[in-house]
Write a protein that binds this ligand. Structure first.
Ligand SMILES: C[S@@+](CC[C@H](N)C(=O)[O-])C[C@H]1O[C@@H](n2cnc3c(N)ncnc32)[C@H](O)[C@@H]1O
Length: 214
């Protein structure tokens, strides 16, 4: 039975955003293609969408413009999980540095392992959110954000990171329509972040969010 976006992994009883999953790690591999490349990433019980590429993440990687050889700067992946978005950014854009944050330490360990396997660990920092230098600014932010933490916490999370976009920076977010993508878009606009519904597919919206004007 495929795992739906936002559900826990159905095996351990841990929520995917548990900082320290209590269950034994059961390794598995997730294979997918994005941007014309094939990926085979290590995953495990106790992390979000442990058994397959999350369908929302798949929509984000299909519909948002993936950076390529010409891209430069520092990108952020909020809630990196085992690292599917970070992998695609780091492999597809060899001049970009990526900061990948997650509260789940098992997810961070898997993301680090995957970056080493892909040979991009020298350009990717996987960190707990509180360990990121507050002075760092991001040219792009990518996220399949943790909707199930609740609206207030999600808003806090976005208000923590989005002000760190560079003035010309862009954030690409994917949110399920039934989990409030359109009201989130309205809320972001109301907070001063110009937000466009960039694409829709399979019940997900990809939002393009610009930096707030100062
Ligand atoms: C919807 S999942 C996406 C995971 C991964 N990017 C993917 O596409 O498979 C959201 C992730 O956010 C993480 N998360 C929850 N609260 C967070 C927070 N306050 N800061 C950073 N990450 C958080 C969860 O542990 C989870 O891995």
């Amino acid at each position: 039975m495929p795992i739906a976006v936002g559900e826990n992994d159905g095996v351990t009883g841990d929520h995917y955003f548990t900082p320290t999953p209590g269950s034994a790690a059961r390794p598995r591999e997730i294979a997918f293609s994005a941007g014309g490349r094939e990926y085979a990433l290590a995953s495990s019980t106790g992390v979000f969408s442990a058994d397959r590429l999350d369908p929302g993440t798949a929509v984000l990687l299909r519909k948002a413009p993936l950076p390529g050889d010409d891209a430069t700067g520092t990108f952020l992946d909020i809630g990196c999980g085992y690292g599917p978005i970070t992998s695609v950014l780091a492999v597809g854009a060899p001049r970009v540095r990526v900061v990948a944050v997650d509260v789940n330490e098992r997810a961070r360990a898997l993301a680090e392992q995957n970056m080493a396997t892909l040979g991009v660990a020298d350009r990717v920092v996987v960190a707990a959110p509180d360990d990121v230098d507050p002075a760092l600014r991001f040219d792009q932010i990518w996220s399949n954000p943790p909707i199930h933490v609740g609206k207030a916490e999600l808003h806090d999370l976005l208000l923590h990171w989005l002000p760190r976009l560079t003035p010309d920076g862009t954030a690409w977010l994917v949110v399920a329509r039934h989990l409030g993508s359109d009201s989130l878009a309205d809320w972001l606009g109301g907070q001063g972040f110009p937000t466009v519904k960039h694409a829709s597919q399979k019940g997900f919206r990809v939002l393009r969010v610009a930096a707030a004007s100062r």
